[in-house]
Design a protein around this ligand. Sequence first.
Ligand code: ZN
Length: 261
Amino acid sequence: MRALASGKRPFYTLRRLVAPLRLLQNPPVRLLLFPLLLCAAASPHAQTAVAVDVGHFIEEPGATSARGRPELDFNRELAAEIESAARSRGLRTMLIGADGFMSQLARRTAAAAGADFFLSVHHDSVQPHFLETWDFDRVERLFSDRYSGFSLFVSRKNRSLARSLACASAIGEALRGAGFSPSLYHADPIPGENKPFADRRNGVHYYDNLIVLKTARTPAVLLEAGVIVNRDEELKLQSEETRKRIAAAVAQGVGRCLTRF
Ligand SMILES: [Zn+2]
């Protein structure tokens, strides 16, 4: 207030602000600044890096789908799609575990130490006692059509719980906005589940001892994109169209939550 009342200072301040702009009259400086300004304008997240982790590895490929396809294959395809969607939103990305050989889980989070956010990509199964048998391609397979939908997990042992939860909620919200529904069954009070809700509306649960979540040095979220032992949902999750819709929603949620930090 006093500065404004003095009469001199606003003019002086204005001159100081305008002085660096004169540098722009210098052609070499203009040439150097132009690409930088262009990048900044094109990407609000130019410095923000997201680590996208392919859940599981070749020796332990996770769940098996109703038609016998390993979860690792679903995770690889979706993680690559999420990485590409995140890049097209201007985020920097790193893909972790894509070669299928990263068997030590703590190495994944160590590899992501330079990132701002860690997302582990998985596909879901159900408790074994819900599984039934059917024949597919003359092979007896296990399935359950009881549950479908996505789930998100955060760990209260992660050092950035509030940020992890903000991102999980933003991802769930974006997935719901794209027409997907949370599965909700991981909160059921039965052995093997009991993962309390952190944000029921957006399908987020606490799962404190998940290694990648608790060892991450960054905010971290684990996504179960859908239930691959469900016969209908498996087909949807395998379609490129669904994969792109999931990836676009996940990238949108991540982008939104990271701009809030
Ligand atoms: Zn998994």
